[in-house]
Ligand binder design. Structure first.
Ligand SMILES: [Zn+2]
Length: 284
């Protein structure tokens, strides 16, 4: 009798339930500042799905032609090494729901410290009320989430030059911790062409900023954006489509800068991630 009940229960569960979507994560052991590419492969269309990670919830908003749902999940530079948990929640169109928790090992990474001296007039620019406006405009551009994925494969270096400040380094200005460097600084002569790192749409092109200097933000789709600061010239306008490698502006030292260089940054869902990670993506 017991055996029959057991078999019946098993059949009932199998008959009623849709299988959990297959979840894949690449890379499976990321470092702080990298991105985990999560893919959901469900049996049927999902009504909605989300991933809770590092204190935030990220929605799966796009469905590829292959029926998979992709998500570029940022591992912020300040993530502590060790075991973290990502929980994926889903709801099928027929109302069935489920969740799966996946352990993610974050590897250790030391970004180092950089000490800077700024003159009092340069330091003042940081607290000028004008910088609130430019920060707001840049954040709004980085907030865009375009459903279409415009980038294909690894990003290109936007300019040839020497890396003067790497990504993630802690900046101490005039002896005090100020902020973590959210991009990479590439030193190059004024006027050197700056190229789009990947295909995208110009989300912001503004030559009026006091702190960031002449600024471009490119929207690469699915929550991924790239940022170019301190330009001497902007050669694109907002809304324009650009191709990987296309000249979008020129290296300069506008805004607060100690010499001609490009500050180049990549953001995933508003989180600054290592641009070099994007130049050698862990898949093809
Ligand atoms: Zn910089």
């Amino acid at each position: 009798m017991r055996i029959w009940i057991g078999v019946f229960v098993l059949l009932a569960v199998q008959g009623a339930g849709l299988a959990a979507p297959r979840v894949t994560m690449v890379p499976d052991a990321p470092r702080p500042g990298e991105v985990i590419f999560v893919t959901l492969e469900p049996e049927q269309d999902l009504l909605r799905a989300a991933c809770s990670w590092n204190g935030r919830s990220y929605r799966f908003q796009f469905r590829g032609e292959d029926g998979r749902y992709p998500l570029a999940l940022p591992v912020s530079a300040s993530t502590k090494p060790g075991e973290h948990r990502a929980t994926v929640y889903w709801k099928y169109a027929n109302g069935e729901m489920g969740k799966e928790t996946i352990a993610v090992q974050v590897r250790p990474r030391d970004f180092g410290v950089q000490r800077l001296r700024l003159s009092s007039s340069q330091a003042k620019k940081y607290s000028s009320p004008d910088t609130k406006r430019e920060k707001k405009l840049i954040w709004a551009a980085l907030d865009r989430v375009t459903p279409e994925r415009l980038w294909r494969g690894s990003f290109a270096m936007p300019v040839e030059g020497r890396i003067s400040t790497p990504f993630g380094i802690e900046r101490h200005v005039n002896g005090k911790f100020s902020y973590r460097h959210r991009g990479v600084d590439i030193a190059a002569p004024e006027g050197t062409p700056v190229r789009a790192a990947a295909d995208g749409i110009v989300a912001l092109a503004d030559d009026s900023f006091l702190l960031h200097g002449q600024t471009i933000v490119l929207d690469h789709g699915q929550g991924v954006e790239s940022l170019y600061l301190h330009l001497s010239r902007i050669e694109v306008s907002a809304g324009e489509r650009v191709a990987r490698g296309q000249v979008i502006g020129r290296v300069g030292q506008t805004g607060v800068a100690t010499g001609p260089h490009l500050h180049f940054a990549v953001y995933a869902y508003h989180e600054a991630v290592d641009p070099f990670f994007w130049m050698d993506l862990p898949f093809h």
